[in-house]
Design a binder for this molecule. Structure first.
Ligand SMILES: Nc1ncnc2c1ncn2[C@@H]1O[C@H](COP(=O)(O)OP(=O)(O)O)[C@@H](O)[C@H]1O
Ligand SMILES: [Mg+2]
Length: 389
């Protein structure tokens, strides 16, 4: 039963690979999309391509234009400039004056507040979109049974929706969105009302539904862990603009703008000066006139020259703390002082003073450092990011 469900629901995406390149085709395209509210530019000239079958995330702080973008795609909000298309079909085009109403877009949307109907059972909730589309009763029943099986809700089918847990309600919202095989599923902060454990479980569920049904998903979140762990690709947004688009690892390891760099993960910043060998791949680190180390061989952005002040950005998980036992730190070591330590059983957590900033680092429990100790932080230069200051 499960296999046939999946096969049938999957029907829509078969043939979605581009014949020549073998790459998934573009399912949704936004070109120069802009939305203003009085003098606020909520969404500012964004371009996006979401590929068939992928999970794509819009990630950014509150107010950066994520929900407005989603609402324009759903047809719940007009667009002031640009165009939105699904496959070859124009959904909205400001220049042409095209606007396809929401109910003609075959796009499903799940909100943070699940908006399921309290007076209906689970099965009735899930059947509702099919009733709206006047699907015949026998077909309706068959499809509801199928999607309840896929979402693990069979056992609670006849229960009033209000008697369900938060996680089950979220599942009902998903089942209801998926029951009519939409071309695209939009999710607006879908997990932010769930507790931490359930959130992680639902991430896996969403991933599984995406893989089993092959449905293209676009979700928005302000939670970087959620975006990095769930998305195949993501766009980081800031003040209505898209800063960078890419796979999670690309964005985390190679941020292209200071905003993306600072928004994703934690960073240790040490200031220094580019030293003048031919390739300029040495950074002398100094703080208050005192030399604290040297990084040899990092990638240095074009346009920087000898003597330029730079920041070296390090991920805490990329550095190792070592005892300081030489007269001078070796290349790719930065001097630091232990301010405090906490024993966590499987590891230690240290607060270090590195070049005048307090930094929290965890370290294996094999080597113990004590408050007041001078230590070095060892850096892999390939993982150090050099930015102009
Ligand atoms: N209907 C509206 N009327 C006026 N301003 C709005 C409206 N909807 C959104 N905005 C404004 O547009 C900006 C982007 O909002 P939104 O898309 O909701 O951001 P996000 O979902 O990223 O938190 C915000 O400054 C918000 O106040
Ligand atoms: Mg929002």
């Amino acid at each position: 039963m499960r296999a046939s469900t999946t096969d049938r629901l999957k029907g829509r995406v078969t043939g979605s690979m581009d014949k020549t390149s073998g790459e998934p085709e573009v399912q949704l395209r936004l070109s120069g999309v802009t939305r203003r509210f009085n003098d606020v530019i909520a969404v500012d000239q964004i371009d996006l391509e979401v590929k068939a079958g992928e999970i794509f995330a819009l990630l950014g702080p509150s107010g950066c234009g994520k929900s407005t973008s989603l609402r324009m795609i759903a047809g719940l909000e007009k667009i002031d400039e640009g165009s939105i298309s699904m496959r070859d079909r124009a959904l909205a085009d400001a220049g042409q004056g095209t606007f396809l109403p929401s109910e003609k877009r075959n796009i499903a949307m799940v909100f943070q507040s699940y908006a399921i109907w309290p007076h209906m059972t689970v099965a009735q909730n899930v059947a509702f979109p099919l009733r709206m589309r006047r699907v015949k009763r026998a077909e309706r029943r068959r499809r509801v049974e199928e999607i309840l099986a896929v979402t693990g809700l069979e056992a609670v089918a006849d229960r009033p929706a209000t008697l369900l847990s938060g996680g089950q309600q979220q599942r009902v919202a998903l089942a209801r969105a998926l029951v009519y095989t939409p071309d695209l599923l939009l999710l607006d902060e879908p997990l932010s009302n769930l507790d931490a454990k359930l959130r992680i479980q639902m991430r896996r569920e969403i991933r599984r539904l995406n893989q089993e049904l092959g449905i293209t998903m676009l979700f928005v979140t302000h939670d970087q862990d959620e975006a990095l762990s769930l998305a195949d690709r993501l766009a980081v947004m800031n003040k209505g603009k898209v800063e960078q688009v890419g796979r999670p690892m690309e964005l985390y390891e190679h941020p292209k703008t200071p905003f993306v760099r600072d928004f994703l993960g934690r960073l240790i910043v040490v200031e220094g000066v580019l030293a003048g060998d031919a390739a300029l791949r040495r950074v002398r680190l100094d703080t208050g006139g005192r030399r604290v180390g040297e990084i040899v061989g990092p990638d240095v952005p074009a346009g920087l020259g000898e003597g330029d002040r730079v920041g070296v950005y390090l991920r805490p998980e990329d550095v190792d703390i070592k005892p300081y036992d030489a007269a001078e730190p070796a290349p790719n070591q930065v001097m630091a002082r232990v301010l405090s330590s906490a024993y966590l059983g499987d590891s230690f957590e240290y607060v270090l003073d590195i070049a005048g900033s307090n930094v929290l680092l965890s370290a294996p429990r094999r080597v113990v450092h004590h408050p007041g100790d001078t230590v070095v932080v060892e850096v892999d230069p390939q993982r150090a990011m050099v930015w102009p200051l």
